[in-house]
Design a protein around this ligand. Structure first.
Ligand SMILES: Cc1cc2nc3c(=O)[nH]c(=O)nc-3n(C[C@H](O)[C@H](O)[C@H](O)COP(=O)(O)OP(=O)(O)OC[C@H]3O[C@@H](n4cnc5c(N)ncnc54)[C@H](O)[C@@H]3O)c2cc1C
Ligand SMILES: Cc1cc2nc3c(=O)[nH]c(=O)nc-3n(C[C@H](O)[C@H](O)[C@H](O)COP(=O)(O)O)c2cc1C
Length: 449
């Protein structure tokens, strides 16, 4: 900029206008600085200023979705409930409410989902005075698990022990039974005066064609795993890396982690063929991996899974998975590449070095391009047989360094077969401070099944 262009600053009128503008701007900035934290608390974290509370605990999104629909109905009616995951709820805020709904699933073996685990750790041994609180717990679960709706039951007992009054008794829902959900919803609607909404306004079934099915592990000692490519019948629906696809096969629903991005032009899944001891194929995987003919129509509901999305912080990212867990991780790694981020570290485990080099070309290309630090390990390798948790232990120094640099850790795959062991290894290898930091800052994100 030349001196001539700057000469308008010498004009007293213009300069006075400028100073006034600067002063007003400064005042507005000051107001924003003072008020923004309160505004943010009201709209996100703290719930104290809201009419009432809808808190959720959700691992793969079902409880969160139900809670969001409730909040939407309430807002249509002009009400202003606070909507937040349990981890964002302090006991003080809870104590200020007189009405609350808790929509909570159970995860692991009767445990709280990750976005409620911190709340539960803080709350379970405390007895806040909640005599003024009227509440209802909707407990989602699956009766195939031994501790059916365990977390929902424990939360309900805890609230009762703190003096809160159940406005509707704790309602257990087995595998999202629609009838039970509708009954509970009808009671909530009349209790809170909510307008009736569509049953499931966000459940949009998308139509796809099965375009390709490629086995990732020919001759593997493990069950066959397939990369399944679906192309849209109409426009490409949108989703985010980390989201889930619920495949509808008649009345059957099966959930799969999405392994691609919309920009790839296809919805890709990695599906393991389930084969029972009697040779019987799993219902969902049997259809997807064997029976469905190429070109067949496939119905899918895309399920947002924000718990597993990439961090907004643009942090270095560690991806840990085994077997079909590669699906969810692959979507995230692709997204990181689109963002131009190369500080990605993948630790991926499979069985046999010779036949289980899933997507080897793609992963090795990314590694060669400097976009990915690649650690593959094989549980049945002739030399150095190891699982991912062993590789983590061998790389403990590197792990600690990445975590100290703010890394976010994503774990995807089987909970019993890998997730629990990785959890234990991380807890053991990291300092208490690092481990707490990961959880409190939501830098430990899991899609486990
Ligand atoms: C969030 C999430 C993400 C997933 N991502 C993937 C993925 O990316 N790739 C992948 O391959 N799979 C994934 N799965 C697993 C997938 O949804 C199916 O469970 C899997 O394909 C087996 O289904 P199936 O119908 O073929 O087998 P089924 O016919 O259900 O049989 C499987 C076996 O489990 C037993 N069984 C049946 N129902 C239950 C039950 N409810 N509880 C306990 N045991 C039961 C059966 O007796 C049989 O031995 C994911 C699951 C979840 C929840
Ligand atoms: C890895 C895993 C562990 C689970 N553990 C339990 C359990 O111990 N008890 C139970 O009742 N349900 C259990 N469930 C079933 C879920 O609670 C149920 O599918 C619920 O609808 C999921 O809701 P969400 O999507 O909000 O997490 C488990 C599900 C998964 C995938």
């Amino acid at each position: 900029m030349s001196l001539l262009e700057l000469s308008w600053l010498n004009d007293p009128l213009t300069a006075r206008g400028l100073y006034a503008t600067l002063a007003t701007g400064g005042w507005l900035l000051l107001c924003w600085y003072c008020l923004a934290p309160a505004w943010r608390r009201q709209h996100r974290g703290s719930s104290a200023a809201a009419d009432w509370l809808i808190a959720y605990a959700s691992q793969s999104g079902a409880a969160r979705q139900i809670a969001e629909q409730l909040a939407l109905s309430a807002r249509h009616d002009g009400q202003a409930p606070a909507l937040l995951p349990l981890n964002d709820l302090s006991l003080d805020d809870l104590g200020r409410h007189t009405r609350a709904l808790f929509v909570v699933s159970t995860y692991g073996e009767g445990e709280a989902p990750d976005n409620a685990a911190l709340f539960w750790r803080r709350a379970r041994h405390q007895r806040p005075a909640l005599q003024d609180l009227q509440y209802s717990v909707l407990a989602l679960g699956d009766s195939h698990y031994s501790d059916y709706c365990g977390f929902g039951r424990r939360l309900d007992q805890w609230l009762g022990a703190a003096g809160a009054q159940p406005a509707i008794p704790c309602t257990e829902v087995d595998q999202l039974e629609p009838e039970v959900l509708q009954q509970w919803r009808a009671r909530v609607d009349s209790l809170f005066g909510l307008p009736e909404m569509d049953d499931n306004p966000t459940d949009t079934v998308e139509h796809w064609l099965l375009a390709e099915r490629r086995q990732l592990n020919p001759d593997s000692p493990g069950a066959p795993a397939w990369l399944i490519r679906l192309v849209p019948v109409a426009d490409m629906p949108q989703w985010q890396a980390g989201d889930l696809a619920q495949v509808h096969i008649g009345a059957l629903r099966r959930t799969y982690s999405i392994a691609s991005l919309p920009e790839d032009g296809a919805l890709e899944l990695i599906v393991r063929q389930v084969i029972g001891d009697d040779g019987q194929l799993g219902q969902g995987s049997g259809w997807l991996c064997q029976h469905a003919e190429p070109g067949v129509r496939v119905e899918v509901v895309l399920r947002p899974n924000p718990q597993f999305h990439l961090s907004e912080q643009d942090a270095p990212t560690i991806f840990i998975g085994a077997g079909t867990g590669l699906a969810g991780l692959r979507g995230l790694i692709k997204q990181r590449q689109r963002q131009g981020r190369g500080d990605n570290w993948l630790i991926f485990g499979e069985r046999c070095q010779q036949h289980d080099r899933w997507l080897a070309e793609e992963l090795e290309t990314w590694a060669a391009q400097g976009m990915l630090t690649l650690d593959r390990c094989f549980s049945r390798a002739e030399e150095h047989a190891e699982y991912v948790q062993h590789r983590l232990t061998a790389r403990a120094d590197q792990l600690r360094q990445w975590v100290d640099h703010g890394a976010c850790i994503h774990v995807c795959g089987s909970l019993a077969g890998m997730g629990n062991a990785v959890h234990a290894a991380l807890q053991q290898l990291l300092s208490a401070e690092q481990w707490q930091g990961l959880q409190q800052q939501n830098r430990y994100r899991r899609d486990l099944y």
